[in-house]
Design a protein around this ligand. Structure first.
Ligand code: PLP
Length: 380
């Protein structure tokens, strides 16, 4: 089927299953795994990924909005879903109706959810977030302690989770340690054996690999689910890179090949001029597919198992690469933007480096125009 595609992504579902197993191993026995599937499952296609993760026994899903939560519900009813962002005022009613667990950062939000749950004759399961240094959502630790008895007393409300989020787990061991300690103190002050909180969580992917702590009973993994080890300055055990396998490859095709003399200017603005005679290949991907324009003159792609530099500016639908080292590049040939060809591999992290960004942005930036195809077993 991919023969007809100009630019597409291939997702290996078996890699996803194995990555989830590895996350379980890293998390340790008895810990629950929350898989983060926001932003169309990091660009991999939410429904398919949710189906595979359900089959492989994820314990809970993390989403960024209610549309994502409903997409998961449409794949399989009843799975616990945590909304990681704050619900907007007009979304509270729907969140309660759909049985989504909201993230709460204030007593006012808890009261609003209580009123909504009462109106619907149901119970809403809240996760209370504590801001230990991310500065985004969450109660301050002091405010949480003060508010908790009031929240517990609200009708229609159950406290199902207590969590925090690390700002720099992949880079800063000292600051992460501080966040971890603040969270541990908050947990010990807020959790009493007569009122246990089912989900206690802090670790994202980097935290899971570097900072697992005894008080958490749940981990929140995003990037690792998709097989990418979060890049950062903190050293990781080298076997980590062998344990996780990227699920997504991104491909396009050679559309045109030509030999040019030295001094040939290439693409918009002539930011590149060939220093020697070269064979150029025009390929069928551009920033309209989500291949960042920042990759201009910096990135490489794979054709015929060879690395080919991107020459000049990336345009909306096409770009030009140096195919001089490829034996006989021809229109229709497969080009790998992310993934492996022969002995060569380009990772999302490598492409992110060329673009001065992070693999999270590379993946979530792949646009709607790029069909996602799946192998490694049927899912949704
Ligand atoms: C996105 C997100 C995660 C997942 O982070 P990764 O680094 O991709 O593992 C975890 N927790 C929260 C609150 C998030 O927003």
């Amino acid at each position: 089927m991919t023969e007809t595609y100009r630019c597409w992504a291939e997702v290996d579902l078996q890699a996803l299953r194995e990555n989830l197993e590895q996350i379980r191993t890293s998390a340790g026995a008895g810990r629950k795994v929350l898989t983060v599937v926001k932003a169309d499952a990091y660009g991999h296609g939410l429904r398919q990924i949710a189906a595979v993760l359900m089959q492989s026994g994820t314990d809970i899903f993390g989403v960024a909005n209610l549309a994502e939560a409903r997409a998961i519900r449409s794949v399989g009813a009843g799975w616990p879903i945590l909304m990681l962002s704050a619900c907007l005022p007009h979304e509270k009613s729907l969140a309660v109706r759909e049985g989504i667990m909201p993230t709460i950062s204030s007593l006012d939000e808890a009261r609003a959810f209580s009123r909504e749950a009462l109106a619907q004759g149901t119970t809403v399961h809240l996760h209370l977030k504590v801001d230990t240094g991310m500065g985004r959502l969450g109660f301050s630790p002091e405010n949480l302690e003060t508010a908790l008895p009031f929240i517990r007393a609200l009708p229609g409300v159950a406290v199902s989770g207590l969590y925090t989020h690390y700002s720099s787990a992949e880079d800063d061991a000292v600051f992460t340690q501080t966040q971890q300690e603040i969270f541990a103190q908050t947990v010990s002050r807020c959790c009493h054996s007569n009122t246990p909180i089912p989900y206690i969580h802090a670790a994202n992917s980097a935290g899971l690999l570097l900072d697992s702590s005894a008080i958490e009973n749940t981990v929140r993994a995003g990037l690792l689910v998709y097989g990418i080890v979060p890049p950062g300055s903190r050293p990781l055990e080298t076997d980590v890179y062998h344990r996780f396998r990227p699920a997504l490859s991104w491909k396009c095709r050679v559309t045109f090949v030509k030999d040019v003399p030295p001094g040939t200017p290439v693409s918009y603005g002539h930011t590149y001029t060939t220093p020697t005679a070269m064979r150029l290949a025009t390929i069928s991907a551009g920033y309209g597919d989500g291949y960042l324009r920042a990759a201009s003159n910096r990135a490489s792609v794979l054709i015929g198992g060879e690395r080919c530099r991107v020459l000049g500016r990336v345009t909306m639908d096409q770009m030009i690469v140096n195919a001089s080292t490829v034996g006989d590049a021809r229109p229709g040939d497969e080009v790998t933007l992310i993934g492996t060809q022969g002995s060569q591999t380009i990772t999302a992290t490598e492409l992110a480096c060329w673009c001065d960004t992070i693999p999270w942005e590379i993946l979530t930036n792949i646009t709607y125009r790029v069909p996602r195809t799946y192998r490694g077993g049927h899912a949704a």
